[in-house]
Ligand binder design. Structure first.
Ligand SMILES: Nc1nc2c(ncn2[C@@H]2O[C@H](COP(=O)(O)OP(=O)(O)OP(=O)(O)O)[C@@H](O)[C@H]2O)c(=O)[nH]1
Ligand SMILES: [Mg+2]
Length: 313
């Protein structure tokens, strides 16, 4: 029990620490805006600007300030109340999409394809997810579908070695679709519970890479027309509003079933997660708040919202 409590505490402090850059920006902004007691038009406009600059998106910023106007206009309000109000409103937005990534027993193996532009954190996320699933007692296999770079294969192999998870690899430059197919067949035969497939970083202006992703999907569907059972899009939070275009581009090729937002520890743009949720309504399965093996966190709407607005500071 005590151990569990300790783990929980470190979980919360890591999340808080991770989101510090974003929460700092909002906290500073709020303390410089709310210097007078009454909630007037000027203050509301300044708050709207602050929320936009914190990457929450124009529509969300307008919605939040409008709600605040409705409930408290011309009344005395404290900074503490602003923090609580924002945390509550943001929680309401995020709650419907905060879902754990559950490996059902409907498909064995449960095939998870991981996509995203280069450097977004795909390989690292797969390493972390593999560990999480293994700790749940599931039989896991990884496939190093980024066959372009030898270093990418090594990177995944290293994660596999650390957690003693088998990793399927192919020689450099070989067809990633064949690797995905073979890994799937092997996972089926071995009766694995989960197969996580890594892919190369795909810039949306590289048609060839996009065609390759389409091919991977086609071969997986030869084995099971419902595969992949999840297609996760990994987004780097530090790119802020550019994340929107990445969702749009990847949605054109694959049926994206959920998002993972990484690098929330290295950015003041953490609010972009809220803008993405408002626009795309995709589940957010997890968030990355650091490079370590335990830095991929379940996405909990209330905790995220409170930490983002610095409520616990
Ligand atoms: N600070 C921080 N760094 C992260 C996080 N997730 C990943 N990284 C780092 O981001 C860098 C890129 O991560 P990768 O997992 O290699 O990204 P990728 O999408 O596989 O990149 P490509 O294989 O080039 O397409 C690595 O240095 C990771 O350690 C995170 O949540 N926080
Ligand atoms: Mg990679």
């Amino acid at each position: 029990m005590e151990e569990e409590e300790k783990n929980n505490n470190s979980w919360f402090s890591r999340l808080k620490e991770g989101l510090q850059k974003s929460s700092h920006k909002l906290t500073e902004g709020i303390s410089s805006i709310f210097t007078k007691k009454k909630l007037d038009n000027e203050t509301l406009l300044e708050l709207e600007d602050l929320l936009i600059s914190a990457d929450l998106g124009v529509e969300t910023a307008q919605k939040l300030t409008e709600n605040l106007r409705k409930s408290r206009f011309n009344e005395d309000i404290t900074q503490e109340e602003i923090h609580s109000f924002l945390a509550q409103e943001i929680t309401k937005i995020l709650e419907p999409v905060a879902k754990p990534l559950l490996i059902g027993n409907t498909h064995k193996p449960y095939v998870i394809l991981v996509v995203g532009v280069n450097g977004s954190g795909k390989t690292t996320t797969i390493g972390k997810l593999g560990r999480i699933f293994q700790n749940q007692g599931l039989k896991v296999r990884l496939a190093a579908g980024d066959t372009f770079r030898a270093a990418a294969v090594e990177q995944l192999a290293e994660w596999g070695k650390r957690s003693q998870i088998p990793v399927e690899v192919a020689s450099q430059g070989s067809d990633p679709a064949s690797l995905a197919y073979e890994a799937y067949a092997k996972a089926q035969k071995a009766q694995d519970d989960v197969l996580l497939i890594d892919t190369a970083g795909r810039l949306h202006n590289k048609e060839g890479l996009m065609a390759e992703l389409a091919k991977i999907l086609r071969v997986l569907q030869k084995i099971d027309p419902t595969a992949p059972h999840e297609c996760l899009l990994v987004l780097d939070a530090t790119i802020g509003q550019n994340a929107h275009i990445q969702v749009e581009v990847f949605q054109k090729i694959a049926r994206i079933t959920g998002l993972i937002i990484t690098k929330l520890d290295g950015t003041a743009k953490g609010g972009v997660l809220i803008a993405l949720v408002e626009k795309f309504h995709l589940p957010v399965y997890a968030i990355g708040v650091g490079e370590g093996a335990d830095d991929l966190k379940d996405f909990d709407a209330k905790n995220f919202a409170e930490n983002l607005v610095g409520l616990s500071e």
